[in-house]
Design a protein around this ligand. Structure first.
Ligand code: ADP
Ligand code: MG
Length: 274
């Protein structure tokens, strides 16, 4: 029996769709067929991972959802408070965290986080307060005046997360954000991300090629095939919530990792094991 701590309000919101992709394909100008046909439905408030081998089209899928890249065919629907974003139109209701923190080195942490608000024309005092609140939410309240070069890799990634959260997006897209970090830092950021997700109620689509990370974080792991990426498996991860370090060492966690690895294996079948 799995204990459920989700409130009725959260359950109700889960039934609403956040993202829907139908028959989406992407062929790049050089003829590379990167994605699809790809179908994905994500409910509001869900935390899902897209898991697949390098080059299978994970980043392509995220960019299409973000409206940063147009699909070659198919339909993309992204629900927001204000309605729906059309494909090819960047959505203000979306925050994007890239693998590299991509911070401006010449200015402070606070100014880096304030950037999206500055671009949106938010008055300075308001934007500063919101940037500081976003920094506090990722545990960096004391580093607003620091410069990126003074921060560790994990802290830079926290700044990048704060910058994505500062506009209060409904949907957070994260593209292998912790891949370059050491394991302990990665585990800490995993836990902090889960705390933030529970507190803020955002929809999260998290891209990774780590089975362990995908199972630890997500309510659903969507396993992709090799390029062009399609859905290989869609595996629900059910456990006692909230998750913490005890889940990482549980038998249930190992079982899920085994299942997800087995689903992922065919995606690597054509590749050299060297
Ligand atoms: P992943 O994020 O899963 O590693 P990507 O979505 O980045 O995969 O890329 C999928 C495939 O599309 C790869 O073969 C990659 O080389 C190719 N690709 C990605 N971006 C472009 C581009 N702008 N132009 C041409 N090919 C691209
Ligand atoms: Mg990628």
């Amino acid at each position: 029996m799995v204990e459920r701590k989700t409130s009725p309000a959260v359950e109700a919101s889960l039934t609403a769709l956040a993202v829907s992709l139908r028959g989406v394909t992407k062929a790049y100008d050089n003829g590379v067929m990167a994605l699809g046909p790809f179908d994905l439905t994500v409910r509001k408030g869900e935390f899902i991972s897209l898991l697949g081998p390098s080059g299978c089209g994970k980043s392509t899928a995220l960019r299409i959802i973000a409206g940063l890249s147009a699909p070659s065919s198919g339909t993309v629907r992204v629900a927001r408070h204000e309605g729906e974003v059309q494909p090819g139109q960047p959505g203000h209701g979306i925050g994007f965290v890239f693998q590299e923190p991509t911070l401006m080195p010449w200015t402070s942490v606070r100014e880096n986080v304030r950037l999206p608000l500055r671009l949106a024309g938010v008055p300075k005092a308001d934007a500063r307060a919101r940037a500081d609140a976003a920094l506090a939410s990722v545990g960096l309240a004391d580093f607003a005046g620091a410069y990126p070069r003074e921060l560790s890799g994990g802290m830079k990634m926290r700044v990048s997360l704060a910058r994505a959260l500062v506009t209060d997006p409904d949907i957070l897209l994260m593209d292998e954000p912790f891949a370059a970090l050491d394991e302990i830092t990665r585990f800490r950021l995993n836990n902090d991300l889960l705390v933030l997700w529970r507190r803020l109620g955002k929809t999260v689509i998290f891209v990774t090629h780590s089975v362990f990370e995908s199972v630890y974080l997500s309510q659903r792991v969507v396993v992709m095939t090799a390029r062009p990426g399609r859905i290989q498996a869609d595996i629900r991860i059910e456990t006692v919530e909230p998750r913490g370090e005890e889940f990482r060492t549980s038998a249930a966690y190992s079982d899920y990792c085994r299942r997800v690895s087995a689903a992922l294996a065919p995606s690597y079948s054509g590749q050299s094991t060297l």
